[in-house]
Design a protein around this ligand. Structure first.
Ligand SMILES: C[S@@+](CC[C@H](N)C(=O)[O-])C[C@H]1O[C@@H](n2cnc3c(N)ncnc32)[C@H](O)[C@@H]1O
Length: 285
C-alpha cells in the first residue's frame, strides 16, 4: 500500500529539509532540483505579474517567502499540519505575518472562493493527487477568467533515459509486451541485460519511500489532459537535468550533480528525455 504524500511530508525530517533546501546549494547533501524549479516559477511570475497568487502545497513556505519578498501578494496552504507550523515559524523569522499560510487541501481547496485568484502555483505537488484531473478542475474553478495555473510534474519520458527498471517498464508498455508470446517475451527481456538495477542504488527516490505519486507525458499533457479541463498551455519548461543515467550519480555523486547543474536549460529539447521534471504554464480558457 502506498502512503499519501501529506503524511510522508509531515515528518520532522521533511519539514526541516524543506526549511533548509532553498538557503544554500549543497551538492553533497542533495541535487538542487527544487531551486531550479523555483527559478522557473519566479521568472514566470516576473513575466506575468499576477495581482494575487496562491501557493498550493506550499511546504515549509520558503518559496512563498521569496516570492513575497519580490513584492507579490501571495498566500499559501498545505495539508500537512507540521509543514504549516514550520512555514508559520519561517514567516515569523522573515518578519512576515503568520496568517499568510494555513491548512488546506489542493485536491479540493474549499477554503478559497471560486473565480477569485489571478495565479495558482503548484511546486512539486499536484502529481501526488489521487485524482489528478479532478484536482486540476478544482484548481481551475478558483481562478479568475484568464487566470494562470503554473505547476510542475514528474516527466514520464525520463524513464526512457534512466536505463534501469523504469525504462524496462516504459518500453514494455510501449510495445504492449504483456500481449506477446512467452518465447518473444524472453528474447525481448534479454535486450535489457546491461540495464542497471536500482535496488542496488544507494540513493533513493520518492517511489522507494512508497509515496503515492504519478509521472506525466509532456508530449500529450496538453491534448489529453489540459484541453479537457479547460486549460490552455502557454509553455513547458524542463528542470532536474541528468548529465548521465542515474546510476552515475551513485558512482560519483558530486561530479554528477555539478555536471547536471551546468546543463540545466528549461527550453532545451533534451529536457523531454533527460530532465525528470517539467513546469507547465497554463491559463483558464
Ligand atoms: C514536495 S513538497 C513541495 C513543497 C513546496 N511546494 C516546495 O516547493 O518547497 C509537497 C508538499 O505538498 C503537500 N501536500 C501533499 N498533498 C497535499 C494536499 N492534498 N493538499 C495540500 N498539500 C498537500 C505536502 O505536505 C508537501 O508539503
Amino acid at each position: 500500500m502506498k502512503i499519501l504524500s501529506h503524511k510522508f511530508f509531515n515528518s520532522k525530517k521533511e519539514t526541516s529539509y524543506y526549511s533548509q533546501l532553498y538557503k544554500k546549494i549543497n551538492f553533497k547533501e542533495s541535487y538542487p532540483a527544487d531551486v531550479k524549479r523555483l527559478e522557473i516559477f519566479k521568472s514566470l511570475i516576473k513575466k506575468h505579474k499576477p495581482k494575487t497568487i496562491v501557493d498550493a502545497g506550499c511546504g515549509a513556505g520558503m518559496p512563498l517567502i521569496q516570492i513575497k519578498k519580490m513584492g507579490f501578494n501571495i498566500t499559501g496552504y498545505d495539508k500537512a499540519k507540521n509543514m504549516v507550523n514550520e512555514a508559520k515559524a519561517n514567516l515569523i523569522k522573515y518578519k512576515l505575518p503568520e496568517k499568510l499560510i494555513d491548512i488546506g487541501n489542493f485536491e479540493n481547496p474549499k477554503h478559497i472562493k471560486d473565480n477569485s485568484i489571478d495565479c495558482i502555483l503548484g511546486m512539486g505537488t499536484f502529481y501526488y493527487s489521487k485524482n489528478f484531473i479532478q484536482t486540476l478542475k478544482n484548481q481551475r474553478k478558483k481562478l479568475k477568467k484568464n487566470g494562470r495555473l503554473i505547476f510542475s510534474l514528474r516527466n514520464q519520458l525520463f524513464d526512457i533515459a534512466t536505463l534501469n527498471d523504469y525504462s524496462i517498464k516504459f518500453f514494455s508498455n510501449l510495445y504492449e509486451i504483456s500481449k506477446t508470446k512467452n518465447t518473444l517475451k524472453k528474447k525481448y527481456l534479454r535486450l535489457f541485460q546491461g540495464y542497471s538495477d536500482r535496488k542496488k542504488f544507494k540513493l533513493k527516490n520518492i517511489d522507494d519511500s512508497q509515496v503515492y505519486s504519478k509521472t506525466y507525458n509532456p508530449l500529450t499533457i496538453e491534448n489529453l489532459i489540459l484541453s479537457k479541463v479547460g486549460l490552455k498551455c502557454n509553455g513547458i519548461y524542463f528542470y532536474h537535468f541528468h548529465a548521465l543515467p542515474p546510476i552515475f550519480e551513485n558512482i560519483d555523486k558530486i561530479n554528477f550533480r555539478k555536471q547536471s547543474f551546468k546543463i540545466e536549460k528549461p527550453n532545451d529539447w533534451r529536457g523531454f528525455f533527460i530532465a525528470s521534471g517539467f513546469v507547465i504554464d497554463c491559463q483558464k480558457k
